[in-house]
Design a protein around this ligand. Structure first.
Ligand SMILES: Nc1ncnc2c1ncn2[C@@H]1O[C@H](COP(=O)(O)OP(=O)(O)OP(=O)(O)O)[C@@H](O)[C@H]1O
Length: 606
């Protein structure tokens, strides 16, 4: 299950993500209505139609009562003619229909627009939040903010609010009218009927809980389907098809058991509604009939009384349900507001194109850098890292897996801030640099190149969206990607990603290199792929990398030592510290050293 609630103020939410309704939570929840403000006139028009439709509805039982009275011949004035009253009833229903149409139409316009704005703001917030935010949460949890929570707020803005108003009006106006009709019968009704409705409500809750459990269990079965279908190759490789079928079957059986238990209660609930609630109505009719017999009230009054009773009962039931919905909406609102209040990364939004970013020279220096990840503060990942790279120099980081090489790079990108020491670029502490300027000057060719779904052209242009076609082609040529792109019938328009062509590892890397060439950064970070490419592809990638490195400060995370002989300096990292430093020649001369050891290991493996 995804964790619910961010931060401390979400702490009062229950595990369903609902929020207790207090004055404070209500006041905070109302903040989300600032999104309604731009559409306030439409909202007000919607409200007017809501009031009108709620009130016209209340005239219905009254007129039905009058219809009965006039059929028995005991009416006076306006309500004597049966036909007139029936026409009146039609008019009421027609008006109710028209008013409801406009209510739905206006509220939908407000809620759809407001909700789209909330989604846009949430998304824009998400992409601007620091990496550490995403590490503390699961992706599903984050996306549910933008889908489920927003949908709940939308419900609240359109349906819940209107229902709340309608049910409350029905309840208040209904009770006033029946009191006015007959106090005796009203008191009798109020002593019996609401109790039964409240009982039905409690019963209903229990059933809802059970059906939620069934849904959760069904969701579990879906997880298995998703997992196995995503890893279908692995399932087949291990010939575990039947094992997976068994796993699915056993979770399915559980879901069926819960569903059947739920059905038992549902059956009992229906019986209760039939016997209990209708029994209640019979009681009211019985008492009302004795009052009619004694001449206390008219027949028509009894009819409208019973109709009002049904309306009041429905609204009591509805309000109970709405209470839960308001709670859920307040919880959702709170979670949305918390995200909207999160601190963004200090990027510079006024910079619209890479060309506006001032270019750095590319001197880099790490001074006594110490670091632990925010999620694992107890483990010190880097301690006392000191090194400098002059503009245009090439440095390689080598060392065992998990020694801290990628972390060193992540700190340069300022995905995280150092905990001790400092990192400077051109002598300036990167914490004092404009983040857009810093990252705009760094190009990255990652270990695992992920391409976006879209064309090859779009993927290369991602390095500099304003690039011209000629620049994109030139970058592809320099990255040794042009030739393979030309072999595809659609060339640069070839789709890649899920619905497109699948590029090989070497091809993907060359697209990433073309992207970096297009960005033309002063500082370059190359995270070498761990898996070796075939020798032809390898040499094409290497050539492209050499082209890319020209004239740029480069830090290479090297996994295959053969590729780094040419660098100016090698830093050997072990357990978050630099244990050796020097050129390939210098380091290989020390047979006891870690580098020489790594060299021997690779040699033996290859
Ligand atoms: N986001 C993270 N949150 C918490 N700990 C992390 C995170 N990323 C890495 N670590 C931990 O930090 C340590 C250094 O990891 P790092 O990725 O820098 O190693 P590396 O030398 O690049 O390894 P490899 O060569 O396998 O890529 C490891 O112990 C790792 O478990």
């Amino acid at each position: 299950m995804a964790k619910r609630g961010f931060g401390s103020s979400g702490g009062e939410q229950d595990k369903e993500g609902r929020k207790k309704i207090t004055k404070e939570s209500f006041r905070r929840g109302l903040k989300i209505f600032s999104y309604v403000l731009p559409y306030k006139y439409k909202f007000i028009v919607g409200l007017v139609f809501l009031v009108l439709s709620s009130l016209t509805f209340m005239a219905f039982p009254y007129l039905v009562g009058k219809l009965f009275d006039s059929s028995a011949g005991n009416t006076s004035g306006l309500f004597q003619d049966i036909n007139m009253i029936a026409m009146g009833l039609f008019a009421v229903i027609l008006l109710q229909g028209i008013f409801s149409f406009f209510r739905v139409y206006f509220f939908a316009q407000v809620s759809e627009n407001a909700v789209a704005n909330i989604r846009r703001d949430l998304y824009s917030k998400f992409v601007q939040l620091p990496i550490s935010f995403f590490e503390k949460r699961r992706v599903g949890e984050i996306t549910s903010r933008i889908t489920t929570d927003v949908a709940q707020v939308q419900d609240a803005m359109s349906i819940t609010l209107a229902e709340l108003f309608r049910q409350t009006t029905t309840l208040i106006v209904g009770v006033i009218i029946i009191m006015w009709t007959s106090i005796k019968l009203s008191l009798f009704m109020l002593a019996t009927f609401p109790v039964l409705v409240a009982l039905a409500l409690v019963f209903g809750r229990k059933i809802k809980m059970l059906s939620k459990k069934t849904q959760d269990e069904l969701a579990n079965t879906n997880v298995i389907v998703e997992e196995t279908l995503q890893a279908i190759n692995t399932v087949k490789a291990f010939t575990n098809e039947m094992f997976e079928v068994g796993r699915y079957q056993s979770t399915l059986s559980k879901a069926v058991k819960t569903a059947i238990a739920g059905a038992y209660y549902r059956g009992a609930f229906i019986t209760f509604i039939i016997v209990g609630l209708f029994g209640g109505i019979i009681l009211v009719i019985w008492y009302g009939a004795t009052l009619v017999a004694n001449g206390d009230i008219e027949q028509g009054d009894l009819v409208s009384f019973v109709l009002y009773t049904v309306f009041i009962g429905a609204s009591v039931g509805g309000l109970g349900d709405l209470y839960g919905k308001v709670q859920a909406a307040l919880g959702a609102t709170e979670r949305i507001l918390e995200i909207l209040q999160e601190q963004e990364e200090p990027t510079d939004k006024s910079i619209k194109a890479l060309s506006e970013i001032p270019r750095v020279k590319g001197d880099i220096s790490y001074q006594n850098v110490a670091f632990s990840y925010p999620t694992r503060q107890d483990i010190q990942v880097l301690r006392d890292i000191n090194f400098s790279v002059r503009a245009g120099e090439k440095v390689a980081l080598v060392g065992p897996s998990g020694s801290g090489k990628s972390t060193i790079i992540q700190l340069l990108m300022r995905y995280y801030d150092v905990l001790g020491g400092s990192i400077t670029v051109d002598g300036k502490d990167i914490r004092n640099m404009n983040l857009t300027e810093l990252r705009g000057n760094i190009g990255v060719v990652p270990q695992e190149v992920l391409l976006f779904g879209g064309t090859i052209r779009e993927n290369i242009a991602y390095g500099r969206p304003e690039a011209t076609e000629a620049e994109i082609i030139e970058a592809a040529q320099k990255a040794n990607a042009y030739d393979f792109i030309k072999t595809f019938p659609e060339g640069f328009d070839t789709l890649v990603g899920e619905r497109g062509i699948k590029l090989s590892g070497g091809q993907r890397q060359r697209v990433a290199i073309a992207r970096a060439i297009l960005k033309n950064p002063a500082i370059l970070i190359l995270d070498e792929a761990t898996s070796a490419l075939d020798s032809e592809s390898e040499s094409l990638v290497q050539q492209a990398m050499d082209e890319l490195m020209k004239g740029r400060t480069t830090i290479v995370i090297a996994h295959r030592l053969a590729t780094i002989r040419k660098v100016d300096k090698i830093l050997v990292i072990e357990n978050g510290e630099i244990v050796e430093e020097g050129s390939h020649e210098q380091l290989s001369l020390n047979p006891e050293g870690m580098y020489a050891n790594l060299l021997r290991l690779q040699f033996e493996l290859s």
